[in-house]
Design a protein around this ligand. Structure first.
Ligand code: C5P
Length: 233
């Protein structure tokens, strides 16, 4: 079975569980997303422990945002882990993004646009001139011009961003839910993984719709990942 365009969000505070999830799903999952909580808890050794059990890629979701010199140094500090993707906030500006790109040329510096946790009121309060959708498009254009090779955005922004940045940049979107997802959770305004890919996303970030099947055992989790991947290949 070939791997689907899935980024699995490895959101667990337990390293042994994280390793078991990766082992169970790696035939179907192209990329594993390790977030700030994971990195601050387990550090480089935790990332290496994940890399040791899979040939899939690593997405280090650190969402860096600081002056260019500091982001350059932080980026160099994780270069030895060879993450395929490393996130920075696009709102850090072109010089910051370029500093990250120059520091780790082999990594896809990935620009995070507007956090979907922000309401339109928040977006305005922060000081963006345009609404959330247009601001996300503007940030995606800014980030790719500065050298970012990937963009993170909400499903609702995919087609506008794809039109604005062209075919080349990798668009990665969380907030997707398979149509047969039965559980309710905190994700609102979702899209199915297939609809997101059809709208122009390159990769979809999926967490709980796969990881919750762990409670039914390793085979259930493997099957769930394979089922979702199969629908996307
Ligand atoms: O469990 P779920 O599929 O909702 O996981 C989605 C992952 O994507 C989580 O790691 C979450 O933090 C992340 N994310 C998100 N929405 C965003 C940005 C990131 O759900 N707008």
């Amino acid at each position: 079975m070939s791997k689907g365009p899935i980024v699995l969000a490895v959101d667990t505070p337990d390293l042994a569980t994280a390793i078991e999830w990766v082992k169970a799903t790696q035939d179907s999952v192209s990329v594993y997303k390790l977030g700030l909580e994971f990195f601050l808890t387990f550090g480089s050794d935790g990332v290496k422990a994940i890399k040791d059990v899979t040939d899939s890629e690593i997405f280090l979701d650190l969402k860096l945002h600081d002056i260019p010199h500091t982001v350059s140094g932080a980026t160099k500090a994780v270069a030895h882990l060879s993450p395929k993707y490393l996130t920075v906030h696009a709102s850090g500006g072109p010089a910051m993004i370029k500093a990250a790109v120059d520091a780790v040329p082999q990594t896809h510096i990935t620009g995070v646009t507007i956090l979907t946790s922000l309401s339109e009121d928040d977006v305005s309060l922060i000081g963006y001139r345009a609404n959330a959708l247009q601001s996300a498009v503007d940030l995606a254009v800014l980030a790719t011009r500065a050298g970012a090779r990937a963009i993170v955005c909400s499903p609702l922004e995919i087609s506008a961003i794809r039109t604005a940045v062209g075919d080349q940049p990798i668009i990665i979107t969380p907030g997707v839910r398979p149509s047969d997802s039965t559980h309710s959770d905190d994700q609102v305004r979702t899209m199915t993984p297939r609809a997101a890919i059809e709208a122009g996303a390159s990769l979809v970030v999926i967490g709980r719709p796969i990881t919750q099947s762990w409670s039914q055992g390793v085979h259930a989790m493997r099957d769930r990942a394979a089922e979702i991947a199969g629908d996307l290949i």
